[in-house]
Design a protein around this ligand. Structure first.
Ligand SMILES: Nc1nc2c(ncn2[C@@H]2O[C@H](COP(=O)(O)OP(=O)(O)OP(=O)(O)O)[C@@H](O)[C@H]2O)c(=O)[nH]1
Length: 188
């Protein structure tokens, strides 16, 4: 399934992808320019799910590029930093944009990242849960640094996306691979 990761600078989007795909954390990671793309295939029950992930740049100057990535996506992970209230406000703006301009049935997942820094938290988990519930989104607090809830975030998304009709010739780039190597098309 194709995913878009958005959307405030420095909240840890690239670090979440890096932890998920490579199980690695880089303290000196550079800000994303434009967007970067990574894939990961994970077992899910008796199937393999392939994630096609666009990690979009959070800097305001790249804002106008975002629709190119979320338009074809089955799901969007919108990330905020639990230590920065402003990032939670920005997240709400992105949810609004996705609702107005994103694919009709896009699955939205909210990640409150940097939960290893909960002693300087500005955003209570309760607020994030209430907001997520109000928009029908999955929410989880993550730490890319300490590898907390990263797998759970992507598994949660995977569970929300309905299987594609194997006869459907979708164009969203997502493939659900069977272990038998029969490929069925799926989402995105
Ligand atoms: N403590 C802590 N720091 C983190 C965590 N995730 C990312 N960081 C740090 O936060 C900074 C920004 O991380 P990035 O992954 O580049 O953030 P981004 O949202 O992709 O930023 P842009 O590319 O500018 O949009 C880096 O210094 C990371 O090392 C985390 O879970 N905990």
């Amino acid at each position: 399934m194709q995913l878009g990761l958005g959307k405030d600078t420095g909240v840890g989007k690239s670090s979440i992808v890096c932890r998920f795909v490579q199980d690695h954390f880089d303290h000196n990671i550079s800000p994303t320019i434009g967007a970067s793309f990574m894939t990961k295939t994970v077992p899910c029950g008796n199937e393999l799910h392939k994630f096609l992930i666009w990690d979009t740049a959070g800097q305001e100057r790249f804002h106008s590029l975002a629709p190119m990535y979320y338009r074809g996506s089955a799901a969007a992970v919108i990330v905020y930093d639990i230590t920065k209230q402003d990032s939670f406000h920005t997240l709400k703006k992105w949810v609004k944009e996705l609702k107005e301009h994103g694919p009709e049935n896009i699955v939205m997942a909210i990640a409150g990242n940097k939960c290893d820094l909960s002693d300087i938290r500005e955003v209570p988990l309760k607020d994030a849960k209430e907001y997520a519930e109000s928009i029908g989104a999955v929410v989880v607090e993550t730490s890319a640094k300490n590898a907390i809830n990263i797998e759970e975030l992507f598994q949660g998304i995977s569970r929300q996306i309905p299987p594609l009709d194997p006869h459907e010739n979708g164009n969203n780039g997502t493939i659900k691979l069977k272990p038998t190597s029969q490929a069925g098309r799926r989402c995105c």
